[in-house]
Design a protein around this ligand. Structure first.
Ligand SMILES: [Fe+2]
Ligand SMILES: [Fe+2]
Length: 255
């Protein structure tokens, strides 16, 4: 499928497109390292939040421990700066099959979709590390931008609505990432541009998976809730933002 076809549903789903000013900021040479490092962290966070969801809602203790074990070397590299990143490719595997805990109402579909998603996000994480290595960008810790938090603070506090909302937020993060990769691809060097395009297929599926799961789990039609988060998301993307990151808003004009 050509990527214009992959992007069509994404662009319809998102309430606004990324402002051109953000694209111009993001393709500046001096911003390459912040874009790559933030992208790296986004991939880890995507894996972590998917894992959080299945651990909280769907798996038993044994499955939960196996999931944590899987993530550990990736987290250790970032948070403790320990381990060789090149070893991580071989470590991206789950050692046992994860079955839903008997009292989980959400079950196998949530687990199957999220386990595949985690595997793909951790593979992307590794691929970003490869590109950082090639570009001579060193990892350094950076602060998260307002974006995810800005949506998560609207998440309901009761179930199943809380889970439904988190899944909808997940869909928006995936869709926006996909849209931004496509926007950046024509303006960056070929190696990085090809990588961004290669991400579109899986990120486009991730956003769909989150939405499908949200509707499966909700005991109501989620259309209105999706729209509400769409407005919140668009507001975060189009309003001025002092911070500059992968998911930041409208950059303040540089003098
Ligand atoms: Fe990803
Ligand atoms: Fe993703």
């Amino acid at each position: 499928m050509p990527h214009s076809q992959l992007l069509e549903p994404i662009n319809n789903f998102l309430v606004c497109t990324t402002p051109q000013q953000w694209v111009e900021q993001a393709i500046k040479k001096e911003n390459l390292s912040v874009i790559l490092i933030d992208h790296l962290i986004c991939e880890l966070k995507a894996a972590q939040s998917a894992m959080f969801l299945i651990r909280k809602y769907a798996v038993d203790k044994e499955g939960s421990d196996a999931l944590l074990e899987w993530l550990k070397p990736f987290e250790t590299l970032i948070y403790k700066r320990e381990g060789n990143w090149r070893d991580l490719a071989a470590k991206n595997k789950l050692t046992k099959s994860i079955i839903p805990k008997s009292n989980s109402p959400y079950g196998q579909d949530l687990i199957d979709k999220m386990v595949l998603l985690i595997k793909e996000e951790l593979h992307h994480f590794y691929q970003v590390l490869e590109i950082m290595d090639e570009c001579g960008v060193e990892y350094q810790s950076i602060t998260p931008c307002r974006y995810a938090k800005g949506m998560l603070r609207h998440v309901k506090t009761f179930e199943p609505n809380a889970l439904v909302d988190k899944l909808i937020v997940g869909a928006y993060i995936e869709a926006r990432s996909c849209e931004r990769f496509a926007k950046l691809a024509p303006h960056v060097d070929k190696r990085l541009g090809d990588f961004y395009i290669s991400l579109l297929r899986s990120e486009a599926r991730h956003y769909q998976d989150y939405l499908t799961l949200a509707q499966e789990i909700a005991d109501f039609d989620i259309t209105e809730r999706v729209k509400e988060f769409g407005e919140i998301e668009a507001q975060l993307i189009t309003s001025q933002d002092e911070d500059f990151k992968f998911h930041s808003g409208l950059p303040i004009a540089q003098s």
